[in-house]
Structures are given as C-alpha cells and as structure tokens.
Design a protein around this ligand. Structure first.
Ligand SMILES: [Fe+2]
Length: 345
C-alpha cells in the first residue's frame, strides 16, 4: 500500500521498505480506521415510484422472470461505489407478471419484502405460501427456500430488502437453485401467521431459529395495531412507531434486519435525531417531506427513500402518513455498536 501525502514525509523511504514486507505504519492511517464518530456512508436519496414503475413494466415485456432469475431494479445509492442502497443493505423493486413464477432458490443472505402492488399472488417460504397484498410484510430468512407466483391479473411489485453487502463482506455468500421451479408446499397457506400471529405460540419446546417464525405480517393487522397505538402519546422523534417483532423473544425479525411501521398524523413534525443504523423507508400512505443532512426530499405514496447511518433526519407529514422501514439495527445491536443521538425535543 502506497501512502499518499504521508503525515511524516521524511519517513517516506522507511515506508517503502515496510511496504515490501506487507506492513503499513499504523500512525499514518490511524485516523482512517478510528474516528471520534462515524461518517455517513452514502447519500440520502429518494426513488420515485412513478419513475420506476414504467421502467420495471418495460423490463417485464423484455425479459422473463425465469430468464432474469429475479426481475429486479436495484436501487443504487449515488454516494456509494458498490451496488447497495446503503453500506450494509441492498434494496430493489421486483416485478412478477400475471402467470409468472420466479423460481425457487435460497441463499445465505436474508431478505424482507414489502408489497407495493398486487392483485393476487404469494411468496412461498419453507413450504408455506405467504399471500402478498399491498402493505403485507414478508420475510425470507437466511437459507430458506423461496419462490414467487403472480396468480392475479395485474403486475405484482414489491420492495426487496436484503443484507447482501453485509453478508458478502463477512464472506458467507452461498446460494442454491431448487430442482423444481416451485418448492414443495407442506404447510397450509399463511400457516406461520395463524400459528404465531395471535399472541400464542406452540408450548412444546420446538426448536427456535435465529429469526421470527412468522413469515407474513398482513397489513390489515399491522395497520390496526398501529392505529390502536396511535390512541396513546406520540413520540417526538418517531411519531407512532411499531417494530415487527419475533414473537419468541420480542426481538427483530431477522438477525441482520429490523423492520418497522410508523404513523405520522397530518401536520406532525418529528424532532431530528440520528443513529448508527442505515434505514430504508417505503411510503405506504400519505405524503410529506424528509430532511436528512442537507438534503430535503418530498415523498409520495409508494416512493422509497434512504437515510444513511449517522445522518440526522426529520420528517414532516403533509397528510396522515404511514411509513414502512427496515434497517441494519438488528445486526448492530448484536455486535454491541448501535448508538443513537436524540437532542432534547
Ligand atoms: Fe432470493
């Protein structure tokens, strides 16, 4: 490694010798590795659904879901070099046309889906069909088989969120195709919601996996819970915000990804705060403005926007607004590095 503009230029010859033996003087690069606080990675950015939907449908006419393996427009953060919506997160809009099947596969990267448009269809996860209707939240945890089918008569589009950059960075990237396009179904449709989504759980000491046993969180139930919560006191930083919880321990849905649903009443302005997590938002209902760092972004229904790590942000709801979001907070909490900063409201 060549050290450009060394802090101690009179040592340049010594540094050359060190380099020949695969060593680097730490005192020259210490400030790159350790700092008093993080720098945001990537830019705050918004992807307008009205811009992306026509591009996606055009791709739908030009490449089949089977040919593409997954017909996804990846949302690339303009402030990052590698693909990804944030340093640790991948996001994309996926399209499955009527009658199409996106074939079964599995990978070590964990995924979540948030449905934007559907007239009927499902994601099959580990032998269970999870119905996909607008606003439904679906998980496909690490190494779980998953395939998608559109059984409706209109396009089915959802926001994909994955921990791809994080898992790939850690070196645990594996994937496998299924022998058949569709995995065998051995549980009833939405079985995990019926079993675990009622406040009860099996009392038989069944093996607990490192992820939520619920693969589908239907929007009507999630929204009803959120509106019930909204009868209480509003949080100045979050509005009314709920976490999609693992019913076994109340924790995050995946070991690497947290997901949330948030309600901001018309005219409500959150107080700016920041945390070390990078967060991707999908606008379920309503419109408003997010101010993140120096960027001001107006959002409408079905738009996606990202707030990178350690970027203070504030949201103003122009109308009653419901926002879905996912972040890398779960991974950060497990590593013991999550921090937040909330100035007095
Ligand atoms: Fe996948």
């Amino acid at each position: 490694m060549m050290i450009k503009n060394p802090i101690h230029p009179h040592l340049a010859d010594a540094y050359k010798e060190m380099g020949k033996h695969s060593t680097i003087p730490l005192w020259e690069i210490y400030h790159l590795l350790v700092s008093n606080e993080p720098k945001p990675m990537g830019d705050p950015n918004l992807w307008r659904y009205s811009d992306l939907r026509p591009l996606l449908l055009d791709a739908g006419n030009k490449i089949s879901a089977e040919e593409a393996e997954r017909r996804v427009l990846a949302l690339k953060n303009p402030g990052l070099e590698r693909p990804g919506i944030a340093q640790t997160l991948f996001a994309g809009l996926q399209l499955v046309m009527p009658g199409e099947i996106a074939p079964a596969h599995r990978h070590t990267q964990g995924a979540i889906r948030f449905v934007l448009e559907s007239t009927g269809g499902y994601t099959a996860v580990e032998g269970e069909r999870c119905t996909m209707q607008r606003g439904d939240f679906i998980t496909t945890p690490s190494w779980c088989w998953h395939d998608h089918e559109n059984t409706g008569d209109g396009p089915m589009i959802w926001l994909d969120g994955l921990d791809v950059p994080l898992v790939n960075f850690l070196g645990g990237k594996f994937a496998e195709e299924n022998e058949t396009d569709q995995q065998p179904i051995f549980r009833s449709d939405n079985a995990s919601v019926a079993t675990y989504g009622t406040g009860l759980r099996p009392f038989n000491g069944a093996e607990q996996k490192p992820y939520s046993p619920i693969f589908r969180y239907p929007y009507d139930r999630s929204r009803a819970a959120l509106m019930e919560m909204a009868q209480g006191t509003i949080d100045p930083y979050l509005g009314h915000k709920m976490i999609y919880a693992n019913p076994n321990d109340g924790g995050h849905v995946l070991p690497t990804i947290s997901a949330f649903l948030q309600y901001l009443p018309k005219g409500f302005e959150t107080t700016a705060w920041r945390s070390t997590e990078s967060t991707v938002f999908s606008v379920v209902e309503g419109s408003g403005i997010v101010r993140a760092g120096d960027t001001e972004i107006r959002f409408e229904e079905s738009d996606t926007f990202v707030v990178p790590n350690w970027t203070a942000y504030q949201i103003t709801a122009d109308t009653d607004a419901v926002l879905f979001s996912f972040s890398d907070r779960a991974a950060q909490e497990k590593l013991g590095i999550f921090r937040e900063e909330k100035p007095a409201a």
